[in-house]
Design a protein around this ligand. Structure first.
Ligand code: CP
Ligand code: NVA
Length: 311
């Protein structure tokens, strides 16, 4: 059976933990994997911009003996002269694995449904599973464990990163608190919160959705934020959103409500003065560049797992 990564729920919690541990091993011993994907080709379909995802997947393939092809939707007949189904049915005759960064989540689901090779969600408006697998790896490296930790997230929460954090953290037994403005446009989607609560109840961990930033930050081990202006948000919404999200900005006052050894994370790209202040992202508690580096190691682990190369 072909395995895909459309959402972290495509993995069992045990598989997710194994992939995180593989990411840790790949990082420590890259030479062990230098030919693991020899002669394999990854097709990388992009409908939105990217730095980390594009470069880490392409470098990851190169470092494991394979090859990545960058393919912009702007250069593709997909959605204009060709359906998603025909695009992936054709592509999967050429390549061994496909990743796609798309607007609509249904489109990645459709790709997975029609592909003969593994399909990876490299971000949709709804979720960003590769990012959160990477985040769990860096948290485990920095804190020595996952279960029992508390992650607090601030800002735009009807958001791909928030949804995947709720899935991923609940799968590994972490507490999650999400603080955002009131309203369905800004709060995490109910179906995600319900699923996260189901996992949390199995582990005895807690999920808190609140409009109170201080309540969310209390005793957190990890303080996390994401862009107020995700790739799909139109520029004309910026002024309104900045006002609305300002009470959820991560600044040094908010950081003080977390544990003294709390770390600060942001999946990047980040705007200083928006979702966090410069003193926080450039300060001693910030681990954002160690976090970004792990995109490389975890992408390798994800591809090894999906291609059946995990030992
Ligand atoms: N965090 C992340 O996915 O970054 P890019 O948009 O640069 O790929
Ligand atoms: N929520 C952000 C994540 C960027 C990696 C966006 O969709 O732009």
């Amino acid at each position: 059976m072909v395995r895909h990564l459309t959402s972290l729920y495509d993995f069992t919690p045990e598989e997710l933990e194994k992939i995180i541990d593989l990411g840790i091993d790949v990082k420590k011993n890259p030479e062990k994997y230098a030919t693991a994907l020899k002669d394999k080709t990854l097709l990388m379909i992009f409908e939105k911009p990217s730095l980390r995802t594009r470069v880490s997947f392409e470098v990851g393939m190169t470092q494991m003996g394979g090859h990545g092809i960058f393919y912009s939707i702007a250069d593709s007949p997909m959605g204009k002269k060709e359906s998603i189904e025909d695009t992936v049915k054709t592509s999967s005759r050429f390549v061994d694995i496909i990743m796609a960064r798309l607007f609509e989540h249904e489109h990645i689901m459709k790709m997975a449904q029609h592909s003969d090779v593994p399909v990876i969600n490299a971000l949709t408006n709804f979720s960003h599973p590769c990012q959160i697998a990477c985040d769990l790896q860096i948290i485990k490296e920095k804190k020595g464990k996952l279960k029992g930790l508390k992650l607090a997230y601030f800002g735009d929460s009807n958001n791909n990163v928030t949804h995947s954090l709720l899935y991923g953290c609940s799968m590994v037994g972490m507490d999650v608190a999400v603080a955002s403005p009131k309203g369905i446009e800004y709060e995490p989607q109910k179906k995600v919160v319900e699923k996260a609560k189901e996992y949390a109840s199995k582990h005895g961990s807690k999920i808190l959705i609140t409009n109170d930033a201080v309540e969310a930050a209390k005793n957190a081990d990890i303080i996390y934020t994401d862009s107020w202006m995700s790739y799909h948000i139109p520029k004309e919404k910026e002024a309104e959103r900045v006002q609305l999200f300002k009470p959820y900005q991560v600044n040094s006052v908010l950081m003080k409500h977390a544990k003294p050894d709390a770390v600060f994370m942001n999946c990047l790209p980040a705007m200083r003065g928006y979702e966090q202040t410069a003193e926080v992202i450039d300060g001693s508690q910030s681990i954002v560049f160690d976090q970004a580096e792990n995109r490389l190691h975890i992408q390798k682990a994800i591809m090894l797992f999906l291609l059946g190369k995990m030992k």
